[in-house]
Each structure stands twice: as structure tokens, then as C-alpha cells.
Design a protein around this ligand. Structure first.
Ligand SMILES: NC(=O)c1ccc[n+]([C@@H]2O[C@H](COP(=O)([O-])OP(=O)(O)OC[C@H]3O[C@@H](n4cnc5c(N)ncnc54)[C@H](OP(=O)(O)O)[C@@H]3O)[C@@H](O)[C@H]2O)c1
Length: 398
């Protein structure tokens, strides 16, 4: 049963390879691709170091305003200045797993200052230190997505820092596959959808204004998706399947009085997580339709691969946690390390070739990115609009 659950979390490419009985994905190719990517990162770092050597004011996270106020004598053009300043990326849930690995990958380039938006301040600080991030490359700020008040407080606090906002990554998530009863956010919404979708929905809506103001060459908002919400894949077809139905449970408040599930059905923790991921992917597309043309912001989602070792599975049964990583590593070969997944998300944050808006990115076995197809429900524009309108009411924006 644990293995069946494990299989449900396979990436699409792996799932189809598994189905065809071919397990010989080229590890060598993957390793080589990763190697050349990290080499690129390293050479970026060298060039930034070189810039710091030539212009000491470039160090310790100086903001664009500072650089502009006292230009060096061999003054760069306005376009060059834009590309020279460090970008600022807010990453929710950067205290572990994918979020931490992405923060580290971005910091290592020397081109980004990462705001680690986390509910546990001390854990985030320790995590940043444990992966060797240097102080000047990150700031930890408190954010509890299970409280809409905390989301608003975070936005206020962020604005007080007067930092520009260039990229927002909505990454944090909770997964409660074994919960028998629902638990709830501060405002009384079922916890998985309340945190993963509603908390991020409010955050992204409020910070959109700040993103709009960014003068960074490419401003982006990324909402992490998942294969488990996509029923056009083998993994997405393992019960309980994601299904938002007509959103009657969400419309009635998702507070356990009528229902704790978006479709109005019986509570199921694994389904609640998958439903929340469908919401994430629908929200990204609705943001794209409403705001991409007007603001120039790139909206994207992704499935980073199966990162079997992260804290996401902390509430799963011990047998699952024991078997899942080796099952992914040696049987399906679908395993993606946290480091590799972090590099993938970092690509979506900053790689010029991944700047297209409205895309759901995935990676093949050679670690090359491609535009993936979402399931019928996860790409349903009518449902996305309805989800937007109901969510607006729940978070107090309408
Ligand atoms: N692991 C996979 O195989 C996989 C596959 C597809 C997609 N994903 C997606 O990847 C993203 C990251 O997951 P992960 O695997 O890296 O799991 P993870 O290690 O458990 O990371 C989740 C992060 O979310 C944070 N978080 C949880 N509740 C929060 C709240 N109320 N407010 C603020 N932060 C909160 C956690 O904070 P604490 O450290 O304080 O707990 C943690 O930093 C999720 O969106 C997940 O759906 C993961």
C-alpha cells in the first residue's frame, strides 16, 4: 500500500517510462546536464565577484537606489544598471526542501537576494546556515500562510523594508495524507487548501502591486504545482483523485460546517492536498490571463520532479517514509534530489529561456525543461474564473 502511494507521486515522464517497462533512464546524461548547469552558476558567481572587486560598493546586498545615487565614473547605461543590481526574490516555505534548495541555488549565483518567508524564524535561520548561505544573500521574514492576518502583516513588513520585489515564489505547502479529521487555519479554512491555496492567493494578489513596480528585466510570479493534481498522468490517477467539482464546499466556507472539501465531499487529507495543487495551477493561469499583458509579469507553475526526501512527507506513515526514497531512486528512477529540484525552480525564477508566461514547466530525464500539458480540470478557464471569484470572497478581497 505504501508502494502504491509512492507510485502515486511519480513524475509524469517517469510514470510513462515505468508504464512502458523501460527503467534505463540515462543517469549519466542527467549527471552531465546538472554538472554543466552548476558550472554556469559558478561562472556567474565569478563574474559577480569580479564586479565586486572592481566596485566595492557592489557588495553586501546594496539596493539599486544606492547604486544609482552615486554612479561610478565609468558609468553604466540605465539598461546595464538594471541588470547589474541584485534581484530580490521572495520564497515562501524556504526553511526546508525545495524552497531552501532554491534559495541556496539563487544565492549561489551572487545575483539574487532571497527573502525567506517562513513561519518558523529560527528554523529558517538555521537552515540557511546549514546549507552555507552567506548573510548578505538572504533575509528571513515571518510569514504564516495559515493566517490571513499574518499574510497582510508580511506584506506590510516587506513594504517597510523598501526593497524592490522582482520575483515571488509561492512554494510552501502542507500535506496531511493520514489525517482522519480536518484541521483548520486561523480563519477557519481546512488547513491544506487554506495554506497552500488561500494563503498564497491573498499573498500573490497583494504583492502583485509591488511586482508591477519592479524595474528588473524580468519580473516573475511562480506558483509551485504538482503532478498529483493532474489527472492526465498515471500518478494523478491514483485514488483519491483531485477533483474540485462545482466548488460548492469552497463556496460554503470550507470550514467543516457543511464540508471541509472543495467539492463538498467527505474529508480526505490526501485529496485536500491534490485539490490545493489544482487551485495553485488554476490561479497561475488566471493571473496570466488577467495581468500578464497589462503588467509584463511572467506567471508560471512547475512540477519540479519527485523530491522523495523532503519534509512534505513528514506526516506519512513510517513505512512509507522508509520505502519512498529507495523506491523512487532504484525502482522507478524518478527520484530528484533537493539540490536538483532547487536548480530547476531557480531556472524558472531567473533563466531568460524560461520567461514565457502561463506555462507549467516540467523536466525530462535529461533534465531539460519543457512546457507540459495540464489536465482538463487544471486548465479549465471557467473553473479558474469561478475559483478566483470564490477565493476573493473568502480572503476578503471582494
Ligand atoms: N516533495 C515532492 O516530491 C514535491 C513534488 C511536487 C511538488 N512539490 C511541492 O513543492 C513545494 C515544497 O514542498 P517540499 O517538498 O519542499 O516540502 P517541505 O520540505 O515540507 O517544505 C514545505 C515548506 O512549507 C512551509 N510551510 C508549511 N506550512 C506553512 C505555513 N502555514 N506558513 C508558511 N510556511 C509553511 C514549511 O515550513 P516549516 O519548515 O516550518 O515546516 C516548509 O518550509 C510544495 O508546494 C509541494 O507541493 C513537492
Amino acid at each position: 500500500m505504501a508502494l502504491q502511494a509512492a507510485y502515486s507521486l511519480l513524475p509524469s515522464t517517469t510514470a510513462s517510462i515505468y508504464k512502458e517497462g523501460r527503467f534505463s533512464a540515462s543517469l549519466k546524461e542527467t549527471t552531465l546536464t546538472s554538472f554543466s548547469f552548476s558550472n554556469n552558476l559558478r561562472s556567474d558567481k565569478i563574474s559577480i565577484k569580479e564586479q565586486r572587486r572592481q566596485n566595492p560598493r557592489f557588495s553586501t546586498g546594496i539596493r539599486a537606489q544606492t547604486v544609482t545615487a552615486t554612479p561610478p565614473s565609468n558609468e553604466a547605461s540605465p539598461e546595464q544598471k538594471k541588470t547589474q543590481r541584485k534581484g530580490t526574490a521572495v520564497i515562501t516555505g524556504a526553511s526546508s526542501g525545495l524552497g531552501l534548495a532554491t534559495a541556496k541555488a539563487l544565492a549561489d549565483t551572487g545575483k539574487w537576494h532571497v527573502i525567506m518567508a517562513c513561519r518558523n524564524f529560527l528554523k529558517a535561520e538555521k537552515a540557511a546556515k546549514s546549507v552555507g548561505m552567506s548573510k548578505e544573500d538572504y533575509t528571513v521574514m515571518h510569514l504564516d500562510l495559515a493566517s490571513l492576518e499574518s499574510v497582510k502583516q508580511f506584506v506590510d513588513n516587506y513594504r517597510r523594508t523598501e526593497r524592490p520585489l522582482d520575483v515571488l515564489v509561492c512554494n510552501a505547502a502542507v500535506y496531511q495524507p493520514t489525517a482522519k479529521e480536518p484541521s483548520f487555519t486561523a480563519e477557519g479554512f481546512e488547513l491544506s487548501v487554506g495554506t497552500n491555496h488561500l494563503g498564497h492567493f491573498l499573498l500573490s494578489r497583494l504583492l502583485l502591486d509591488d511586482l508591477k513596480k519592479s524595474d528588473y528585466p524580468s519580473k516573475r510570479m511562480i506558483i509551485v504545482g504538482s503532478i498529483t493534481g493532474n489527472t492526465n498522468t498515471l500518478a494523478g490517477n491514483v485514488p483519491p483523485k483531485a477533483n474540485l467539482g462545482d466548488l460548492r464546499g469552497l463556496a460554503s466556507g470550507l470550514n467543516g460546517q457543511n464540508s471541509s472539501m472543495i467539492d463538498g465531499g467527505e474529508y480526505d487529507g490526501a485529496k485536500a492536498y491534490k485539490d490545493s495543487k489544482v487551485c495553485n495551477m488554476l490561479t497561475m493561469q488566471e493571473l496570466h490571463r488577467r495581468y500578464h499583458e497589462e503588467t509584463g509579469v511572467t506567471f508560471a507553475s512547475l512540477y519540479p520532479g519527485c523530491i522523495a526526501t523532503t519534509g512534505l512527507f513528514r506526516e506519512h506513515v513510517p513505512l512509507f517514509r522508509l520505502l519512498f526514497p529507495p523506491f523512487q531512486k532504484y525502482i522507478t528512477k524518478g527520484y530528484v534530489s533537493e539540490e536538483e529540484a532547487g536548480k530547476r525552480l531557480a531556472q524558472v525564477v531567473s533563466d531568460p529561456s524560461l520567461g514565457k508566461s502561463g506555462v507549467y514547466w516540467s523536466w525530462n530525464n535529461n533534465s531539460s525543461s519543457f512546457e507540459n500539458q495540464l489536465s482538463k480540470e487544471a486548465s479549465d478557464a471557467e473553473k479558474a474564473k469561478k475559483l478566483w471569484e470564490v477565493s476573493e470572497k473568502l480572503v476578503g478581497l471582494a
